[in-house]
Design a protein around this ligand. Structure first.
Ligand SMILES: *[C@@H]1O[C@H](CO)[C@@H](O)[C@H](O)[C@H]1NC(C)=O
Ligand SMILES: *[C@@H]1O[C@H](CO)[C@@H](O)[C@H](O)[C@H]1NC(C)=O
Ligand SMILES: *[C@@H]1O[C@H](CO)[C@@H](O)[C@H](O)[C@H]1NC(C)=O
Ligand SMILES: *[C@@H]1O[C@H](CO)[C@@H](O)[C@H](O)[C@H]1NC(C)=O
Ligand SMILES: *[C@@H]1O[C@H](CO)[C@@H](O)[C@H](O)[C@H]1NC(C)=O
Ligand SMILES: *[C@@H]1O[C@H](CO)[C@@H](O)[C@H](O)[C@H]1NC(C)=O
Length: 662
């Protein structure tokens, strides 16, 4: 461990120099391209409402009742959890505020209200928020998720706003002076600086601080005492393989999966006060590099603690799934670049549900793209995580994703619509079933309802009510450009060709009602993967061979018998190669018009793809995980069969990167 004091002295020299320069240029923040809507302006409907209800009735919604890290009154961690990092209550609050309000669930609303009150009533006289840390330094980042939760609370319950803002206005001067003195800085905080900057920018944008100079100065201090994300995201610095044997040039935690998921926001957050185009460019470049070299067909990237390359047996942590979704929504709102939200939607409908059981009572720490068992593994394929990481349970490997995963669905929902920066138009970003109520500029009262089974259907029916005419936009997903059609107010369907930069299709909504039917058909496409294998995509969904499984209960929580650790083992062969030319899409829409609840489990989604396949020889490494697929094309060892590929999110054991038959 190098001397902290020396390192900090160096940081501070840089901090002061950079801030001095920045102040000479301009003291404003760059505007966002789009504005998010307040929590509860967008509500889930249809199957998505059911999905959030499944989460509420599952582990996420019950943690406050039984889970030791958040059920005790000693907030932000309480017990020995990551002892000096104190994050559990803060994470839980960040996810449970939107979960509770989007479900209008009085029990969970009371829980988050009580938590908020407790925290604010116990603010220290010097402004510190959270428990005192005893002999340990006061580290700041455990508070950042709490701030996100508190901001969401001001939106859902404006009566809380003054108290929350007052607490922040006491905390900011303390944080400012701590940063100037080099206090409270440690490696995790040094990667996560953009999370606090976003809170400071929220205060700035909404004119909530008596001292904007201090907000800007604190943003700059956070950046300059933190890791150099702009450097991390330069091509010459970015790792193009699993980092197992590499040394990170900008701090070891910048190549850590969850920190990177959060750090994706950093260049865009920094650009808002640096006004330096290079920062904004780094935001796009970092995203592209990450997915090019570590990306998964399910939308996410691999990091079994640290970035893990393209091999299908390596892991992806649940925390980074939900943090990447949140980062992508923010990056879109800053930049307007549709690539961010195309991917977030894919992650939400594939990687997120794949890593929890259908009933959302058990979750993995690490999911695999090819996953032939969920059990304690020998040998362990994960470089820096334990062999229990892919078990579905209460807290396999580490507890963090138990408290952090609840933000995934709710924040996806609350970022599904945005307004233009001038507040005059509304943009439908994430396709799915929603109802939205918003007041646009000129006191235009607008409500929108989107009726659809999407992503389990290609058709979305949208009804808009408005007191004045306005411009409504809907995102056309990249894979449907050139195919999408729209029928407005019963007219014949015409091509829905979006603007080539924004990927938005423009609709002139009238005063009163406007109704349109958007159709977003898709071709089956193949994604090339290592060893000549392919991944099958159609529209928003990735399709995988769903391996039939049996289950063994490994552990049951003493307080909550529904919180179980489950081992899944394959009960059928999974060693297949396919003929990619044989793929056929099948849609069996529910005759009732309603999807099963829950929908993300074996055989439940109405969509599938059949393939001509044959058995092949595919070695396993040890007994519990698939070695790399054999190099395609692969010789058949058996006769042709038809196998069925299912939406990845509904599979818990699967082959998602499939060899091609000779
Ligand atoms: C939320 O529930 C309360 C009663 O529990 C009800 O009065 C209120 O209208 C509901 N709000 C919404 C948005 O459904
Ligand atoms: C505002 O913050 C700046 C930067 O920390 C500080 O120099 C200044 O004294 C503050 N102004 C007031 C009125 O507190
Ligand atoms: C790391 O080094 C070990 C030992 O040389 C080697 O077996 C392994 O394949 C390397 N990992 C990567 C991702 O290059
Ligand atoms: C903008 O960022 C680039 C890359 O980090 C840097 O080289 C350049 O000096 C910055 N420009 C200004 C005006 O700070
Ligand atoms: C599950 O299937 C595996 C493989 O066929 C078998 O070894 C195991 O005993 C089965 N477990 C249960 C609980 O049925
Ligand atoms: C098996 O499937 C392949 C690929 O579709 C095809 O070329 C071959 O003729 C089939 N073999 C038999 C015996 O039907």
């Amino acid at each position: 461990m190098p001397s902290k004091r020396i390192i900090l002295a160096a940081y501070l020299g840089v901090a002061q120099a950079v801030f001095h320069n920045a102040r000479q240029t301009t003291s404003d923040l760059e505007p966002m391209t789009y504005h998010s809507l307040p929590l509860t302006a967008i509500m889930p409907s249809g199957w998505l409402h059911d999905q959030l209800n499944v989460q509420t009735q599952g582990l996420a919604g019950h943690e406050h009742d039984f889970y030791s890290y958040v059920s005790d009154s000693d907030w932000i961690g309480g017990t020995s959890y990551y002892s000096n990092l104190e994050e559990a209550g803060s994470y839980w609050f960040n996810g449970m505020v939107p979960n509770a309000y989007l479900m209008n669930d009085t029990t969970r609303i009371a829980q988050v209200q009580q938590f908020l009150s407790y925290v604010l009533e116990h603010q220290q006289s010097d402004g510190w928020i959270g428990p005192e840390t005893g002999s340990k330094p006061r580290y700041m980042w455990g508070r950042y998720p709490f701030f996100f939760g508190a901001i969401q609370m001001t939106e859902a319950d404006p009566s809380q706003k003054n108290t929350i803002v007052a607490a922040l206005n006491k905390f900011v001067p303390l944080a400012n002076s701590m940063l100037k003195e080099g206090l409270g800085i440690e490696p995790w905080m040094q990667t996560r600086w953009s999370d606090f900057i976003m809170t400071l920018q929220w205060m700035y944008d909404n004119n909530l601080s008596p001292n904007n100079t201090m907000l800007l100065e604190t943003m700059q201090l956070l950046r300059t005492t933190g890791d150099d994300w702009i450097g991390v995201f330069q091509k010459e610095n970015f790792p193009t393989i699993a980092v197992d044997n590499l040394t990170a040039p900008f701090g070891v935690l910048t190549w850590h999966g969850v920190n990177m998921a959060e750090g994706l926001k950093a260049p865009a957050a920094a650009w808002r006060f640096s006004h330096n185009q290079s920062d904004l460019d780094a935001a796009v470049q970092g995203w592209d590099l990450l997915f090019e070299y570590h990306g998964r067909p399910s939308g996410i990237y691999s990091a079994d603690e640290y970035l893990a390359g393209l091999e299908a047996v390596r892991g992806t942590e649940l925390c980074l799934v939900v943090e990447t979704m949140f980062s992508g929504s923010y990056l879109y709102q800053v930049t307007g670049n549709p690539k961010f939200v195309d991917r977030v939607e894919r992650i939400a409908y594939n990687a997120l549900p794949a890593t929890l059981t259908g009933n959302m009572w058990s979750r993995q720490y690490l999911q695999q793209q090819n996953q032939i068992a969920a059990q304690s593994m020998s040998p362990n394929p994960f470089k820096n995580d334990g062999p229990y990481s892919n078990v579905f349970g209460l807290e396999p490997n580490y507890p963090c994703c138990t408290v952090n995963h609840p933000q995934g669905w709710p924040k996806f929902i609350s970022n599904a619509f945005v307004t233009s920066a001038d507040g005059s138009s509304l943009v439908h970003v994430y396709l799915g079933p929603f109802s939205t109520k918003v007041t646009l500029s000129g006191n235009n009262q607008v409500s929108v309802s989107v009726n659809t089974l999407y992503p389990f259907s290609d058709t979305l029916t949208t009804t808009i009510q408005a007191t004045k005419p306005f411009t409504y936009y809907v995102r056309i997903p990249s894979w449907s450009i050139g195919k999408a059609t729209i029928s407005i107010n019963g007219a014949a369907a015409v091509a829905a060709t979006p603007d080539s930069t924004t990927q938005l299709f423009k609709i002139n909504a009238a005063e009163g009602a406007t109704k349109f039917v958007l159709n977003v058909p898709a071709d089956i496409t193949l994604e090339s993967r290592p060893h000549g294998a392919v991944a099958v995509q159609r529209g928003p969904l990735h399709y995988a061979f769903d391996i039939a499984r049996n289950q063994t209960t490994l552990a049951t929580n003493a307080q909550q018998p529904l919180a179980v650790d489950l081992q899944f083992e394959a009960t059928v062969p999974w060693q297949y190669a396919i003929d990619p030319a044989s793929l056929k899409f099948q849609n069996n829409p529910p005759s009732s018009g309603v999807l099963p609840s829950p929908v993300f489990d074996a055989g439940l989604p109405p969509l599938s793809i059949t393939a001509t396949a044959c058995r092949i020889t595919w070695a396993t490494a040890g007994s519990t995980f698939a070695a790399a697929p054999p190099q395609s094309p692969v010789a058949c060892t058996g006769a042709n069969e038809t196998i069925v590929l299912r939406p990845f999110g509904s599979t818990k054991l699967r082959i998602g990167e499939i060899p091609i038959m000779k």
